[in-house]
Design a binder for this molecule. Structure first.
Ligand code: UD1
Ligand code: CA
Length: 452
């Protein structure tokens, strides 16, 4: 990453203000955990070492880190004695040289660009410490940055130790900090327990640097990026910002959304230019939509791929493992799971396709259901190219329908239908002339008390 060789993510705090049993950093935003967002940004910087500081009993968090960023080193801080102590615990894992970037596990909106500019600023100024500052509209309990005449950073003062003048300036510590690697041992070595608390404050490194005659800098970022999550309400706020950012990025890249505020994206949603996303569409993780596809309103997609000019919904549900081919169509009230729909294939209405492969140009009639689960195992249904499936067909999987075959409406298909064959399982129709009239007369007599 050029100017930084180590990224340390502090996440030993328990997050008690989230008021539930889930570790704070495992709360999700846009289909990804908070720590997952921070890890993704950290990795984008390409550090030599990625270190995460956790508290004790955080196995689920460690598992998430292992799956998102297996190269990272996890260190346990037990008991947690402040942000400065957290970095001390991480110190043995740091790269031998280069800058050290400190992030928080609960601050997920920071962008790679902002972090790179902080690192660059530190390097250019040859500063011992560069801190990311912000000016939130409601600066509340944040630590404050005390700046000098020449724009240098003199100190970070915790809210409770601030004088009114410093509070009034409203320039806050986001917590993000870049440190000169060669200064880190001295800076951390001189941290002391903060008077009146049991904690070592990482923020004290600024004053320690001053004592050595080493300069410090602050870089101002948008307060939105520096926003941390401490409560459920803040999680929702941060998630809303993330959504607006992603919607704007997609629209800038040519995606068409008439009511973007009603579209919910996942962090990894990929949508090609010219695709139309109608109102009230929800994307879970792992979705790719190709150029010029149309996702009609109220559809829900997760783990699915939609091909060019395909059409989905309204009210469609695409579940993981679903691949929709070019110009294929999956209409209203259709659910697909682990299913491929070949190019130009259609399932227009009220259908469930599970563990199914539909060939190119096939047509699936309304109300078709794949019976893919027998209570123990899942089984596949294969429908050949150009096949025509009549309405209200049930496929009792495993079963295969050949290319260009036809299945009659209302069939319960339990064995294979070869190519070009007509499969028909419904009983032949009986028509009894006048029987409806006679039945009505009999029922009417019964109701009025007469004998049948
Ligand atoms: C800290 C800063 C404050 C800043 C604010 C920004 C200090 C002393 N204060 O305050 O200036 O405005 O963040 O949000 O640094 N953590 C550990 N181990 C610990 C303590 C904390 O890993 O022993 C982690 C937490 O999990 C969290 C982060 O460090 O991710 C910040 O800790 P928190 O207790 O929220 O710090 P604040 O008091 O908010
Ligand atoms: Ca905090």
């Amino acid at each position: 990453m050029g100017q930084s060789s180590s990224v340390v993510i502090l996440a030993a705090g328990r997050g008690t203000r989230m008021k539930n049993d889930r570790p704070k950093v495992l709360h999700e935003m846009a289909g990804r955990t908070l720590i997952g967002h921070v890890l993704a940004t950290a990795r984008a910087l390409g550090p030599e070492k990625l270190v995460v500081v956790l508290g004790r009993d955080m196995a689920p968090v460690a598992a998430e880190i292992g799956s998102r960023a297996p190269e990272s080193a996890i260190v346990v801080q037990d008991p947690p004695m402040g942000t400065g102590h957290a970095l001390q615990v991480a110190a043995p894992e740091l790269a031998d040289r280069g800058a050290v970037l400190v992030l928080y596990g609960d601050t997920p909106l920071l962008t790679e660009a902002t972090l790179r500019s902080l690192l660059e600023r530190r390097q250019v100024a040859d500063a011992a410490v560069a801190v990311l500052g912000m000016r939130p509209p409601d600066p509340g309990g944040y630590g404050r940055l005390r700046m000098g005449e020449a724009g240098e950073l003199l100190a970070i003062v915790e809210h409770k130790h601030c004088d009114p003048a410093l509070l009034a300036e409203g320039f806050c510590n986001s917590g993000v900090m870049a440190l000169a690697g060669e200064r880190v041992p001295a800076l951390l070595g001189e941290l002391e327990r903060h008077p009146g608390s049991e904690e070592y404050y990482l923020t004290d490194v600024v004053e320690i640097a001053q004592r050595h005659g080493w300069s410090c800098r602050a870089v101002e970022a948008s307060w939105i990026e520096g926003q941390g999550v401490n409560t459920q309400a803040q999680l929702a706020e941060v998630a809303a910002h993330f959504q607006s950012r992603r919607r704007a990025e997609l629209m800038a890249a040519g995606v068409i959304m008439e009511a973007p505020e009603t579209v919910f994206l996942a962090a990894d949603t990929v949508i090609g230019p010219g695709a139309v996303i109608e109102p009230f569409v929800v994307f879970g993780p792992g979705v790719r939509v190709a150029a010029e596809a149309v996702i009609h309103g109220h559809s829900h997609l997760a783990g699915a791929e939609v091909g060019p000019r395909a059409e989905i919904g309204p009210f469609a549900r695409l579940r993981p493992g679903t691949v929709i081919g070019e110009q294929a169509k999956l209409g209203n009230f259709v659910e697909a799971k682990n299913t491929t729909l070949g190019p130009g294939a259609k399932a227009g209405h009220l259908t469930y396709l599970g563990d199914c492969a539909v060939g190119a140009g096939a047509n699936i009639g309304a109300g078709t259901i794949t019976c893919n689960y027998d209570g123990f195992n899942k089984h596949r249904t294969v429908i050949g190219e150009g096949a025509f499936i009549g309405s209200n067909t049930a496929f009792v999987a495993p079963v295969t329908v050949g290319a260009d075959a036809i299945v009659g409406a209302g069939s319960v298909v339990t064995s294979d239908v070869p190519a070009e064959a007509l499969g028909l399982t419904r009983p032949p129709q009986r028509t009894l002339d006048g029987a409806a009239r006679r039945l009505r007369e009999r029922l009417s007599r019964q109701k009025s008390g007469g004998k049948g």
